[in-house]
Design a protein around this ligand. Structure first.
Ligand code: HEC
Length: 139
């Protein structure tokens, strides 16, 4: 009986913990899970699975100082990027193709994944935040 009560209280505690997770946290995890897929299908070819980049050709996303400007990152995902850029002190200069096939939601999932995985953030970057930024990009 004692033992049963012990096990039961573990379950009750777990249940309370799980149901206390905020909706925001559940959404963040969902975005990250989707973001990983979007990344694997559209970005990993060049930037590699762990975001480490590829030699002097493709810059890294993991630990990239370029991530400091989130608006530029959001815009370059949709519209591509060309001309010389410096990432972590190293020069790159190859065109990155635009990704017009990605919806606003997919861009938001991707950006949430990138910043949570490699940008030192622990927060959701929702589609409501991303759409107005996409509207301001210079096309
Ligand atoms: C065909 C290869 C290729 C693909 C696919 C690609 N990129 Fe890039 N990306 C590049 C190159 C090359 C640059 C540097 C552009 C330059 O030199 O101006 C770059 C730059 C970047 C940068 C800014 C620099 C940095 O490393 O922080 C980010 C962020 C980025 N890409 C994210 C993405 C994301 C997210 C995807 C997937 C939607 C993606 N890229 C798909 C080649 C690619």
């Amino acid at each position: 009986m004692m033992r049963f009560t012990g096990i039961l209280s573990v379950f009750v505690t777990l249940f309370v913990l799980v149901s206390c997770q905020s909706d925001e946290e559940i959404k963040r995890q969902k975005y990250i899970t989707e973001g990983i897929l979007v990344y694997k299908n559209n970005c990993a070819n060049c930037h590699q699975n762990k975001g480490e980049g590829l030699a002097a050709l493709y810059p890294p996303l993991a630990g990239s100082d370029y991530l400091a400007n989130k608006n530029s990152v959001i815009c370059l995902i949709r519209y591509g990027q060309k001309g010389p850029i410096i990432v972590n002190g190293k020069p790159y200069n190859r065109p990155m193709p635009a990704q017009p096939q990605l919806s606003d939601l997919e861009v938001a999932e991707l950006v949430t994944y990138i910043y949570n995985e490699w940008g030192g953030e622990k927060k959701l970057i929702g589609v409501k935040e991303v759409t107005p930024i996409l509207d301001t990009c210079v096309k």
